[in-house]
Design a protein around this ligand. Sequence first.
Ligand code: RB5
Length: 141
Amino acid sequence: MIAIGCDHGGYELKLEIIKHLTERGFEIKDLGCNDTNSCDYPIYAKAVADCVAGGEAELGILVCGTGIGMSMAANKVDGIRAALCADCFSAQATREHNNANVLCLGARTLGPGLALMIVDKFVDTPFSNDERHIRRINMYS
Ligand code: RB5
C-alpha cells in the first residue's frame, strides 16, 4: 500500500497521482487534505509518516506547494526517510542509496507530467541493499 497526503497547495496534483497509481494497480490510502482550503501541512505529513513508520504502508507520498515543509515535517518521525525530489535521477537514487520511504513533491515547482514520472521512478525502484548504503543509513540517527 502507498499512503498519500497533501496540503491545499498539493491537492490537485495529489488527485492526479492517486488516479495514475490506481490505474497502475497500486492500493492507495489517501490521508487528506480533501479540498483546496488553506490547511496546515504538518498534520498530513505526520499522518502519512506514521502510516509508513507503523508498517501499514510500504511507501508514502506527500505533496505541498514546494515539498519542503512536508519533507521537514515527515523526517521528524522515527523511521522515516523522506526525500524531496524534483527529477527522476534523484527519485531513483534516493530509493537505491537512501532507501527513502516517503517521496515529497512540490506542486508549484513541478508540472504534472514530470511529477508522475518522478512518482513512477520512486515506486518502481527497489533499495539496492548494498552493505555500504545500509551502513550509511544506520548512521543517520
Ligand atoms: C502553503 O502556502 C505552503 O507553505 C506549503 O504548501 C509548502 O510549500 C510548505 O513548505
